[in-house]
Design a protein around this ligand. Sequence first.
Ligand code: UPG
Ligand code: MN
Length: 753
Amino acid sequence: MASKAPSSPMASKTPSSLPLYEIKYRKNIISRGIELFILFLLFSLLAYRFHSLKYHGLQWLLALICESWFTFLWILTVSTKWSQVEPKTYPLRLLERTSEFPAVDMFVTTADPILEPPLITVNTVLSLLAVDYPANKLACYVSDDGASIVTYYSLVEASKFAKLWVPFCKKYNIALRAPFRYFSGNSSPPPQSSQEFLQDWKRMKDGYKQLCEKIEEASNQEPDACNFAGDFGVFSNIERKNHPTIIKVIWENKESVADGLPHLVYISREKRPKHPHHFKAGAMNVLTRVSGVMTNAPFMLNVDCDMYANNPQVILHAMCYFLGAKDEKDCGFVQFPQFFYDGLKEDPYGNQLKVLHEYLGRGISGIQGPFYQGTGCFHRRKVIYGLSPNDKITAGELEDEYLQKIYGKSEKLSASVANTLSGGPNIIEQFNSDSLSTSIEIAHQVGSCGFEFGTAWGEKLGWLYGTATEDVLTGSFIQSRGWKSACCLPDPPAFLGCAPSGGPASMIQQKRWSTGLFEVLISSKSPIIGTLFGKLQLRQCMAYMVVQLWALRSIFEVCYAILPAYCLITNSRFLPKANESSMMIPASIFIIYNLYGLSEYVRANEPIEAWLNNQRMWRVNAMTAWLFGFLSATIKLLGFSESAFEITKKDQDDTNSNFGRFTFDDSPIFVSGTAILLFNLTSLFIGVLDFKKGNLEWGLGEIICIMWVVFIFWPFFKGLFAKGKYGIPAPTILKSGALALLLVHLFKFINKL
Ligand SMILES: O=c1ccn([C@@H]2O[C@H](COP(=O)(O)OP(=O)(O)O[C@H]3O[C@H](CO)[C@@H](O)[C@H](O)[C@H]3O)[C@@H](O)[C@H]2O)c(=O)[nH]1
Ligand SMILES: [Mn+2]
């Protein structure tokens, strides 16, 4: 294996000379060979089509166009998967080497107490407060875009429980530090525990139970029945979308003790109806500024409210990169890939992304580093402040006037920005010694909605605005400036989150992603521009395109899925006849591609059913969610709508039994899929009739393709006949049926011309 030794050579094995991380490249010769062979077959198919174009009609041309597109995508994919990495970090070596750790500000975002139950947020926060890292180097900031008194109350109560929980976790070195996971399942203490442990365990369990009850009670209360006394007063009479900044220091580690509790700060930024708030990106920028004037740590961790720390050593793992990189430029940010807990068996919605991370993800990490995925990521504060790898800024060099123009009018913020920007590589900064409470007024100021007006926030620095996938946009902009990123894959996984567990939620998420990603591609901050005029590597740009083209890809996928049915209806063909030797080309592409896909799942220890389900869901998403993504991006491009961020619902308990079964609702997102299915079924019906009448020569290839489409939409097929949330609502079926019939007649009409 080729290996890059990023740290000092391994000549003498003293702790200080061993590398803190290693990145090995996989020797995937066979996979590369198969991928290239598939590419060769695709080219052969295109050549064959091209040469026989004149003997065939419109369908041949359409097939050629679609297949050219798929070939193009395959080239992008092969390039992206070419050099897959096996990263490894050594936190123990880090612990041997140093006792001085840099400070980290940890950000948690939540936005809606109904879709994101406060108990979930609380668990994430508790898991962060309990990580293995000196507590006086940590601060946890929770941004609540829901301005919810229940969320705030839950955090206050959680901080009380944390005073028991955190010492307990550290004393017994508990592996799982999110209590809802620790106490889930059979809920009995580990066997053969000491008497002392049993007592503590019992205390924790009771404490957590009480916390849950308090939160539950508060959540079920009518809003006006809340007690707005004392600290809670600011929440009375406020509207979620119209309120001033609320900042509360819930817990301050005043004596700065290393084995105490980290600071905990609640922030709900100012919102006004006429001010765009830029969704999560806006929240992240407020978190950045508020923490900038309070603690100003050189590193920032950001997680979504449902992504609890599953590995207490996460920060140490990240620091292996930040402190171990020979060249700072190699590590602009450290991303821990998104994994999920309680994933549904066999991944029926295809949203656990395991296999995606395993090959494509590791491939991207082998180019310019992983994409920023919006959660489970450590950033360097100065990179977020817009610095490029070669910028060298000395203390005092930046004029205050300049700083205030770019970063906003606050002297304290400017001072903290100047301090951050002039910090040398890997500098271990002293934690800001001011007490948090003295900064509260300034924190309110930098959290107000007018603060960014006229500044570069969201445009050139911070989290960037204008799309629902602020993560990929922000990350590619950082990489365009020449930074690389690092992928960290500790065992057990660093963070675990909540994957959507129903058809509608899953589709809405895919729609948001495809819209946002496509918007980025056609924006002025597109990776293409980044490659042409910036420092984004060409293959990295190609990797971005794999996902950013999802929306556009839907057009070709839909076209290809109705082409065989079109042929059956019009008694024409888009594939060679079964007995022609050229049929070998598409047939072998189909077989080899699928077997190869299956082998990827087998190698990743995933069940065959997961492959089947995912295979299906990728196609279903492409023809439904991504199609709507394309439409909404187009509508926005034409100026008819603003971007939006529809929050994914997080399920609190896993008691739902019939979980794996596909669910529907009345969203229009199900129309296109149902219509494609009905169209294909109709074509089969017409085909059989025509065949009986002796009007049709069977096209075996076309028939197989139609069966395949029906197989892909099998969850929809079952939905046609099921009831309740498992059934497709009647109006959707009617609309889709009308659309399918319209297509049938349209195509028959075209064919007669
Ligand atoms: O106005 C908003 C909207 C969302 N959020 C937060 O953003 C996070 C992500 O939202 P979620 O609904 O969970 O979206 P997902 O589709 O699960 O998120 C993925 O995709 C997003 C981009 O589309 C990234 O921002 C996320 O980090 C990534 O996990 C959550 O913590 C929300 O609370 C806000 O703070 N303010
Ligand atoms: Mn999420």
